[in-house]
Each structure stands twice: as structure tokens, then as C-alpha cells.
Design a protein around this ligand. Structure first.
Ligand SMILES: *Cc1c(COP(=O)(O)O)cnc(C)c1O
Length: 363
């Protein structure tokens, strides 16, 4: 009606209105055939023993799950030789990261993050109401821990350390991490995101659990999504001192981890040997991919994870389009580079075909 004033709209929190969208890896279109190397997924399907447990657990779907995923928490504590009070399960380690941040920070607080790194970080920090302080990667696409330590101020409540770093691949080494932890005040939380820890082969890379024993301000994040191949079930966990773990648990989504996810995760721990053989196969394939790329003349950083990084800069999107045309979906970060997950050997061959073509014509 003419002259009528539009009633005011419900405002979104400014931090939410400004959030960058999380860009998921490209999906294979229905009816098309392509290798999906765009989301760091495990190329192997679930083990028959795990599928059988999932089938069995589905019969209880009319019930709420155990609020604290007690069976899984205890199985993890036994496996990792920890107090169960220090283990907090959640719907993927991304969700657990959100809980960690809401437990320790709020408006006006700062969280130091490496960049480029996992794209969920700036979003999770903003959702927690805090301000992300990005610190550029250093040489060879590695985390610049000295610069990250320098970025800590009185307002810093947490630092996120992605090791191995998604999407570039290198992991932090013990000496670097110890120097960093010595430099960071003991009341600033250091989150070691070890989503890819099972793929690490460099002996200079520390075991987060050993670090956690010595440092009260460290939290580890781990997941069943990558090495254990359960990305679709959404289950990950944090390990921390019991006091911090209680804070994380207090803000977590009630009944987050489903009964099916919990039973599948427990079954995966029981089948760990078989699953870690698959991880060995992926690590071998990673070596084949890295070696193949370097033999073609590419300069690529070392990877301790299940992906490799092609620092293509402004040509990232073009490369991803060419790879898709060849039947391989990869993950471009426009203007920066392309992340290629390690998958089936046939996918590696196709990808190396695209990279060889690019060496001849585009680089
Ligand atoms: C994949 C990934 C995770 C794990 O995500 P889930 O929510 O457990 O599936 C966490 N951190 C990083 C850096 C990752 O790449």
C-alpha cells in the first residue's frame, strides 16, 4: 500500500551476515562418471564388518543416542591410554572445533589462524563471536609458527594449528612446535587439528598425544572422516585436560553423535589394523602422485596428508576445469592453488595426464 513504511527486518548478527560461505568440494553429477578428489575423502568403501554394525545399529533409530557417546569415549580412551574425562566426541571434528571455540572465546577475543588453511576456520571463529587473525603461510607452504606466536596479543584466546595443513600438506615438526608452545602464554589455548595424523610418515612430526601430556593449554582434534573412512557419518573428537573437556562438553550439541555413528566408530577402532593398511596404500599412492608431479617438473610441497597441493595461483580454476573434463574432480582455491586428494590409482593416472599436458602447454 502506498505510503506504508516497511516494518523493520530481523537483523542477522553482523558476524553471521558477513560470513564467507564454506565451499564444498565438487560432487560427481548424477549419472556422470568421475573420480572425486575434491574433499579429501577415503576412496575405500566402509569395511563389511563396519557395515554390518551400522545395519544392526539402525534398528535402534527410534531411540535417542547416548548423550555423551560413552561407549565411543571409553573405547577411544582405552585405545589412546587416556582418562575418558578428557575425550569429547562430536558430529565431526569441525563441530567439535566450534564447541572448543565457544567454550573459550567470545566477542572481542582473537583467534590466531594460519592462512591459507582449512576454510572452516574463519567461519568457526566468526560464529563463536571472536575475530580471526590470519597469519600467512611461510616457506614451502608450511605454517609459520614463529609469526603465529608473534601474532598472539592480550586479546588472543586460542591459536589453531592445522597439522598437516589442509590444503597445502606439510605438518609441523617437533622442534618448531616446542618452540612455539614455549612462546605462547599458558592461558592461550593451542588447538592441534590432527585430522590427517594417520597419514603422517615423517618421524620429525610430533604425536599430539605426547604434546598434550606436557602442555595444559593444548587440545587435539581428531576425526573418523579421513583415515577411517566415515566422513558420511559425522564423528570426530577432542582430547584435552578434563577441565577443558568438561567445558567443551557443556556447549556441545545434545545427542550430537548418533548411535549408528558411535557404533561404526567403535567398530572401526576394532578393525583398525585393516583400516590402517588402507591408509598405507593411500600413503603409497601419495608418494606416486608427488613423485610423478616432480618428475614432470612441478614444484609441490611435501605432503603428510591424503592430498597434494599445486600452487597454481591465478590458473587454479582453469586447471580444475581441465581436470574435470578429464574425469577428475579436484578442489580449486581461486587465485591460490589446487588441492588434489589421493584416491584410486586410476584417478592418479588421469590426473598425471592432465598435469603433463599442462607442463607442455600452460606452464
Ligand atoms: C577434514 C578435516 C577435518 C575433519 O572434519 P570432520 O568434521 O571430522 O569431517 C578437520 N580439520 C581439517 C583440517 C580437515 O581437513
Amino acid at each position: 500500500m502506498l505510503g506504508r513504511v516497511t516494518p523493520p527486518r530481523v537483523p542477522l548478527r553482523p558476524a553471521v551476515a558477513d560470513l564467507p560461505a564454506y565451499v564444498p568440494g565438487a560432487r560427481v553429477p548424477v549419472g556422470a562418471a568421475a573420480y572425486k578428489l575434491s574433499s579429501n575423502e577415503n576412496p575405500f568403501p566402509p569395511l563389511p564388518s563396519v557395515l554390518a554394525v551400522i545395519d544392526d545399529a539402525a534398528a535402534d533409530l527410534n531411540r535417542y543416542p547416548d548423550m555423551y557417546a560413552t561407549e565411543l569415549t571409553e573405547a577411544l580412551a582405552a585405545r589412546l591410554d587416556l582418562d575418558p574425562a578428557g575425550v569429547v566426541a562430536g558430529t565431526g571434528s569441525v563441530a567439535v572445533l566450534g564447541h572448543v571455540l565457544s567454550a573459550v572465546c567470545g566477542a572481542g577475543d582473537e583467534v590466531v589462524i594460519p592462512w591459507r588453511s582449512f576454510e572452516a576456520y574463519p567461519i568457526a571463529v566468526a560464529v563463536a563471536g571472536a575475530t580471526a587473525v590470519p597469519v600467512p603461510l611461510g616457506q614451502d607452504s608450511r605454517l609459520d609458527l614463529p609469526a603465529m606466536a608473534k601474532a598472539v596479543t592480550r586479546r588472543t584466546r586460542a591459536v589453531l594449528v592445522c597439522t598437516p595443513n589442509n590444503p597445502t600438506g606439510p605438518a609441523v615438526r617437533s622442534d618448531e612446535l616446542e618452540a612455539f608452545l614455549d612462546a605462547v602464554p599458558s592461558d592461550v589455548l593451542v588447538v592441534l587439528d590432527e585430522a590427517y595424523v594417520e597419514f603422517v610418515r615423517d618421524p620429525r612430526v610430533p604425536d599430539g598425544l605426547a604434546v598434550l601430556r606436557d602442555r595444559r593449554n593444548v587440545v587435539l582434534l581428531r576425526t573418523f572422516s579421513k583415515a577411517y573412512g566415515l566422513a558420511g557419518l559425522r564423528v570426530g573428537y577432542a582430547v584435552a585436560r578434563p577441565r577443558l573437556a568438561a567445558g567443551i562438553r557443556a556447549v556441545a550439541t545434545p545427542f550430537g553423535v548418533s548411535h549408528v555413528a558411535q557404533r561404526a566408530a567403535v567398530a572401526s577402532l576394532a578393525a583398525e589394523r585393516e583400516l590402517l593398511e588402507r591408509v598405507d596404500a593411500i600413503v603409497e599412492e601419495r608418494t606416486r602422485l608427488l613423485t610423478g608431479l616432480r618428475a614432470q617438473g612441478w614444484t609441490v610441497p611435501d605432503s603428510e596428508a591424503n592430498f597434494v597441493w599445486l600452487p597454481l595461483g591465478p590458473r587454479a580454476a582453469d586447471f580444475a576445469a581441465d581436470a574435470a573434463a578429464a574425469g577428475v574432480l579436484v578442489r580449486p582455491f581461486p587465485g591460490d592453488g589446487v588441492r588434489v586428494s589421493v584416491g584410486e590409482p586410476e584417478a592418479t593416472d588421469l590426473l598425471l595426464g592432465v598435469t603433463a599436458e599442462w607442463r607442455h602447454t600452460r606452464v
